[in-house]
Design a protein around this ligand. Structure first.
Ligand code: CO
Length: 233
C-alpha cells in the first residue's frame, strides 16, 4: 500500500466528493436529511474492520461506536451514552456487536506483558475466559484466541442486554434486537454467533430490571438548543 501523507487524504476527500456528486448531484443533500438509521454497530477500533462498508450500508444508515475489543461495560459512559441516544432517540431496531478474529485486544488479554492503559480496559476479557474455561480444553493457542474472540462478543451481548437502557426499551414495547457477530480479517466474512437477544425473557432473571415509571423524562430528538440560547443571549 502506498504511503499517504495528511495532505493526500484531503485530496482524496475532494475526489471522493466529486465521485459521489457525479453519481448523484443530490447525494449530500439527501445524506444530510438521513438521521434515522435502523442499525447501531458496536465494533473494535481495529483499522482492518470497516464498519458500514462491509455490510453494504451507506453513510447515514448505521450509527457507530468503536473501542478496543468492542467492549460494553456498565460504567463506560462513552458507550452507554451512544447506546442511549441510538435506542431512545434514533430508535434503532438492531444493535450489532461485532467482534473479530485475531483481535489485538483479546490477544493482549491472554498475555502477561505490560501494555499500558489498555490492560485495565481488557482485564474483564480474562473474566470471560475464566467463566468459560472448560470450553478451552484441547485448544491450541490460536484456536483459544479465536474462541475467546467469539466468547467476548457473547459476553458483550449479555452485558448490553443487562443494561437499563435496553430493558426499558423492551418494557415499553420498542422493537430492538441485539446481535453478536464475528468478522474474519482473513477472508472478510462476517458470521452471526447465534447469541441474539430481543426481549426481557432472553435475559437471566437476576439481571432483569423493573419497568421505568411512565413519568420519567426521555431525551427528544429535535429539542431546542436551550443551553446554546442561554449562553449566547
Ligand atoms: Co480488535
Amino acid at each position: 500500500m502506498s504511503r499517504l501523507n495528511p495532505q493526500d487524504l484531503l485530496t482524496n476527500n475532494r475526489k471522493w466528493v466529486e465521485d459521489r456528486l457525479a453519481g448523484d448531484p443530490d447525494y449530500f443533500e439527501d445524506l444530510a436529511q438521513q438521521t434515522s438509521p435502523r442499525y447501531m454497530w458496536i465494533g473494535c477500533s481495529d483499522s482492518r474492520v470497516a464498519a458500514n462498508e462491509m455490510i453494504g450500508l451507506a453513510p447515514g444508515q448505521v450509527f457507530v461506536h468503536r473501542n478496543v475489543a468492542n467492549q460494553v461495560k456498565h460504567a463506560d459512559f462513552n458507550c452507554l451514552a451512544a447506546v442511549q441516544y441510538a435506542v431512545d432517540v434514533l430508535k434503532v431496531e438492531h444493535i450489532i456487536i461485532a467482534g473479530h478474529y485475531d483481535c489485538g485486544g483479546v490477544r493482549a488479554a491472554m498475555q502477561s506483558r505490560h501494555s499500558g492503559m489498555v490492560d485495565n480496559w481488557i482485564r474483564c476479557i480474562r473474566d470471560t475466559y475464566m467463566k468459560y474455561r472448560p470450553e478451552f480444553a484441547g485448544c491450541t493457542q490460536e484456536s483459544a484466541l479465536d474462541l475467546l474472540c467469539e466468547l467476548n462478543v457473547r459476553q458483550q451481548v449479555e452485558n448490553l442486554s443487562h443494561s437499563r437502557i435496553v430493558q426499558n426499551a423492551w418494557n415499553r414495547g420498542q422493537a430492538l434486537a441485539i446481535h453478536g457477530w464475528i468478522y474474519s480479517v482473513r477472508d472478510g466474512l462476517l458470521w452471526d454467533s447465534g447469541v441474539s437477544r430481543a426481549c426481557t425473557l432472553d435475559v437471566e432473571p437476576v439481571y432483569r430490571v423493573s419497568p421505568l415509571s411512565e413519568t420519567s423524562a426521555m431525551p427528544t430528538k429535535n429539542s431546542d438548543l436551550t443551553f446554546f440560547d442561554a449562553v449566547n443571549s
